[in-house]
Structures are given as C-alpha cells and as structure tokens.
Design a protein around this ligand. Structure first.
Ligand code: FAD
Length: 439
C-alpha cells in the first residue's frame, strides 16, 4: 500500500464537526486555487469523510459525513469535488478495488485532480443494463474496447470512465460483463459528443469507442464480475441522489484536468449553486415556492395551499424516514429498499415542486433563459427567481430516469423486497449471444 494515510485516533475529539471547524480556521483560504484547496481537504480526509481512514476518509457515519458538509458550507469554504468520482467511482473502488487500484485512483478523486463519468447506458441498454453490447477483447496485457455509450453525464470533462463492457458473450448476460477504469483521453479512439437537453445545457453525451484500450490492471472486481460491481455503483447512486442524499455539499467547481477550474481561485466558487445535474436541496424548492407565492398573493388560494402542504408533508416524510434509517443503522439493521424508496420520493417531490412552481409563475413559467445570462429574463419578469423555477421544471423528468427509472425502482421493490414473482424470462440461463437484441 502506498501513499495512504492512517489518521485513526488522530482527532483528539469525539465530534468531527468541531474538529473540522477548528481545522478550517487555520486551513481555509479563499485565495488558494481550487486544486490547492482540494489537495488540503482531500488529504486530511474531509472530502470523503465516510471512507475508511486508510483510504483518504475518516470512517464517519453517513449522518456525520452530512454534518461535515454543512460545517464546510457554514464556514464559507469551498466544498469537496463534485461529480461522479466522489459519488460513485470512489466508493465502488473502495469496495471492489485491489489495494494497488485504490492507491492509483482514490487520491486523485478526493483531491479533484481527475474527473470521472459513468459509461453504463447504451442506445439498446438502459433499464435492461445487462443487455449491453459494448465489447472488450483481450489483447496481451490490454483490452480493446468497441461500442457506444449514451447519456454519459460529464463525459465532456471526464479523465476516466467507469466502463461496463461485455467480456464473454457465451454465458448468460449478467455473467459476461466486466467493469474497467477507462482512460478517456485516447484521441480518436474515444469520441465524446454532447447532447443538448431541454434546459439548454448539455449535461450528457454520446461516447463512441473505436479500438479504445484499457490495461488489464484497470479491471475492477475481477473478470466477468462486472454486474456485481455495477450494482455497487448503482446502490451508491441511489443513496446519493435519492431524497435526503448527502450530495448537496459538493462544490460548484468542476474537478479534473479538462474543465480548467483547478487553477482558479477557490473563493470565487463559494456560494455559487452547482449547475444542473443530480442532487440539490429539495426542501429549498419548497421554501422558494412559498416565498414566491407570498410575494404575488397566490398564497391566498386554498387549492394551492393544500398542494403546498402536500409538498411539505412529502419533505417531512423524507426527513422522518432518514431519522428512522439512522436509528435502524445504529441498531445494526437496515430498512430494506430504503435507497429505492428515497429515489422514488425524490421523483415525487420534484414533480410536485415543478407543478407548484409553474403555477405560481403563471404565464411567466412559459419563459426560460437559455445559457448563463439570465438578466434579460429577470428584467422581463421582474422576478429574479423565475429562471430557477423554470430550470427545475425543465430538468424535473431527469431524476425519475437516471440511476434506474421509477418503474425499475418499483420492480426492484416488488421482486427483491416484497418477494413478488419475477417476470418470466430465460435471460439468466441463455447465453447472451443467443438472446434477441434491443438494437
Ligand atoms: C439526466 C440523465 C443523466 C444520465 N446520466 C447517465 C450517465 O452518466 N451514465 C449512464 O450510463 N447513463 C446515464 N443516464 C441514462 C439512464 O440511466 C437511462 O436513461 C435509464 O437507465 C433508462 O434507460 P433508457 O433511457 O434506455 O430507457 P428504457 O430502458 O428504454 O425505458 C423506457 C421506458 O420503459 C420503462 N421500462 C423499461 N423496462 C421496464 C421494465 N422491465 N418494467 C417496467 N418498465 C420498464 C422505463 O421505466 C421507461 O419509462 C442518464 C439519464 C438522464 C435522464
């Protein structure tokens, strides 16, 4: 094991939030570059406090890790690197990687030096992820990768990708998949093309791989064991993105060598909201809608008030469920399907927030500012928050799709938690090569 930190018992205090507050007094400096600041934060275990102490973490519970995020925000310091490295790739490598792989990848994740994307979905394999057709063929110490991915969030700024590829087509589909850490900078072999969403942004991309190469030592979790590894990634995705997930603390600066934020002044990103994408404070939307409704008199409408209370109730249910989860965990138990339920709650809350937000805006809700310059819209509507509502409304279908659609979450709850019979299928016994393909 190289270049790792053991800070077991180093704190000298029982409360990590207090320890971080003291550490920030002497370490946070807005004039540092983003890269310098993340280097400090990551190496001290504050970027990923829930990770093990020997791998750039502090071994904290999820609740304490969320509290740590709040301390950073309250202090006015830049939060840890956002994106899929810290949210998905890191925890997956902590779980399935060899010590050599942990040493190679984790430090660059917690210090934001490298950005990651998730190369899972394909044009013919979304909900049916195990039907993926990108293939990796062994060539000496390397694998040669050919295929197409789609909806790859952050692919345009990624240094590395969590790649799922088929390494054996002669076994049933779940058994012939492997999980690689793919270097994205391979010239023409990896072509990343942005896809524009209806928000006007291009959060995700198509990724074409033509004879791309990945070394055998970048195979995570063993040959043909990719389905198990991918499920770990997806579990972290649900937990992180679901209602009450702890991703809101991540900073507005983008990690990695491509975005160009590492050399910028850290203080300039403080207080800026993250642009688009997963996460965000759901309770914040409720507060915003309430203030807007008070401002334009809509708050007097009885039906509106009733729906606003429904939104409040949903947010409260999430809060209580989180408290219940915490109590269960402390007693050494888990609520079965908590992650799936959290993700479904997030979809419901977002949909209702969209309806309420647009109903408060009325006709103005049909206007949207594309691009970063929202001034014209603010002036036209006289409302500096209108663009936040329309942005949320236009993005609102996304969360009920990514990380497994609402319908797929319900299937999982039905089959794996309630024990309902699975749909009849031969795809667990028939070799992938012989199955009918989606496209
Ligand atoms: C904003 C956003 C970001 C994303 N980022 C990424 C990313 O970074 N990396 C990545 O790999 N992917 C990403 N995705 C892709 C996402 O994971 C897929 O869109 C999702 O898994 C659904 O797959 P699909 O689009 O192929 O839809 P399909 O699987 O074709 O589904 C179409 C419809 O059929 C329903 N359906 C399908 N199968 C079943 C079933 N068995 N039972 C009931 N209903 C079913 C679905 O619920 C859906 O309503 C992103 C998607 C979005 C919207």
């Amino acid at each position: 094991m190289t270049d790792t930190i053991d800070r077991t018992g180093a704190s000298g205090t029982d409360d990590p939030a207090e320890e971080l507050a003291r550490w920030l007094e002497s370490n946070w400096d807005p004039d540092l570059t983003v890269g310098e600041w993340w280097d400090r934060l990551g190496n001290e275990g504050w970027s990923a406090p829930a990770w093990p102490t020997e791998w750039y973490g502090r071994g904290l519970s999820r609740e304490d890790a969320v509290r740590v995020g709040r301390v950073l925000a309250d202090h006015g310091a830049l939060g840890p690197p956002g994106g899929l490295g810290l949210l998905l790739a890191g925890p997956t490598i902590v779980t399935h990687g060899t010590d050599e792989q942990k040493a190679r990848y984790l430090k660059d994740i917690v210090t934001g030096q490298k950005a990651w994307c998730q190369l899972f979905s394909e044009p013919g394999a979304g909900s049916d992820l195990a039907g993926l057709q990108t293939r990796a063929v062994k060539d000496g110490d390397e694998w040669v990768v050919d295929g197409q991915k789609v909806w790859t969030s952050g692919g345009q700024v990624a240094d590395l990708g969590m790649l799922l590829a088929r390494t054996d087509a002669d076994v049933p589909k779940h058994q012939g998949i492997s999980y690689f850490a793919l270097e994205m900078h391979q010239g023409d072999a990896i072509d990343v093309r942005p896809l524009k969403e209806m928000t006007g942004r291009a959060l995700f991309n198509e990724v074409f791989m033509t004879e791309a190469r990945v070394h055998d030592d970048a195979l995570i979790g063993g040959l043909n064991n990719g389905w198990a590894v991918a499920n770990t990634t997806l579990a972290f995705e649900r937990a992180g993105l679901g209602a009450g997930g702890g991703s809101a603390a991540a900073s507005a600066a983008t990690p990695g060598t491509v975005a160009g934020d590492l050399d910028k002044r850290a203080g300039d990103f403080v207080g800026r909201a993250r642009r688009g994408g997963p996460g965000g404070a759901l309770g914040g939307a409720e507060q915003l809608i309430l203030e807007l409704a008070k401002g334009n008199g809509r708050i007097g409408d009885k039906v509106f008030r009733q729906e606003l209370m429904r939104l409040h109730t949903l947010n409260e249910l999430v809060r209580f469920t989180n408290l219940r989860s915490k109590a269960e965990r402390e007693a050494g138990r888990e609520i079965p399907g908590a992650g799936n339920l959290a993700k479904l709650s997030m979809s419901n809350i977002l949909r209702l927030s969209r309806e309420l937000g647009l109903s408060v805006l009325g006709g103005y809700g049909t206007l949207h500012a594309y691009g970063d310059d929202r001034k014209a819209l603010d002036e036209a509507t006289g409302n500096p928050f209108a663009a936040m509502i329309t942005e949320m409304a236009l993005f609102s279908p996304g969360p009920s799709i990514y990380g497994g659609t609402d319908q797929v979450q319900r299937n999982i709850i039905g089959e794996r938690i309630l024990g309902l019979p699975k749909e009849p299928s031969n795809d667990r016994t028939t070799p992938f090569r012989e199955l009918p393909k989606n496209g």
